[in-house]
Design a protein around this ligand. Structure first.
Ligand code: ADP
Length: 161
């Protein structure tokens, strides 16, 4: 019922960065099916709406047949059960990510013991990269080359012009 070859990679992806993509590329080699799941978060003030975030993710992951982009709301464990996924994928950049991720993984394990959280490390070039920093650099008109795919850079420029 919960299939460990199906993994869910949840996040805000506001917007997708080269760090997310690095993780997706590594993970799609391991899992038969990888669902990149955009969290529809009602109380956050996003830069891109969910539709825009999904469009960008689909564009930049289209060459990987095992990768699907979806939207979810509510409890992640409920969504995972619905998708019959046995794995939650999360990225760890630095030690600073660890505490929060540990708390989430342990709580998800309590809510659904059959679900395993798997952590992966991005290439070191991306270990300092976050969507929040990308948004800040874009707002301030700084260079985004190498941080996000070209399509995302164009959308950021249009949004912050
Ligand atoms: P961000 O933290 O950049 O706003 P998300 O909330 O979309 O990103 O994060 C979704 C998942 O992707 C989290 O597990 C996060 O740790 C991971 N992640 C984000 N950026 C990177 C990166 N540069 N390298 C590896 N993992 C990352």
């Amino acid at each position: 019922m919960m299939n460990t070859s199906i993994a869910i990679y949840p996040g805000s992806f506001d917007p997708v960065t080269n760090g997310h993509l690095d993780l997706i590329e590594r993970a799609q080699k391991i899992f038969g099916h990888l669902v990149v799941a955009v969290l529809r978060n009602v109380d956050k003030q996003p830069l891109f709406n969910v539709t825009e975030r999904v469009e960008m993710l689909r564009e930049v992951t289209k060459s990987w047949p095992g990768v699907e982009v979806d939207v979810f709301e509510g409890l992640l464990v409920d969504y995972a059960r619905r998708r019959q996924a046995g794995v939650i994928l999360r990225g760890i950049r630095a030690i600073s990510d660890y505490e929060y991720e540990l708390q989430m993984a342990m709580m998800n394990r309590k809510l659904e013991p059959r679900l395993e959280t798997v952590f992966m490390l991005p290439g070191e070039t991306y270990s300092y990269l976050s969507a929040r920093l990308v948004r800040e650099i874009a707002m301030l008109g700084g260079p985004l080359t190498g941080l996000v795919p070209p399509q995302v850079e164009a959308r950021l420029r249009a949004k912050t012009a």
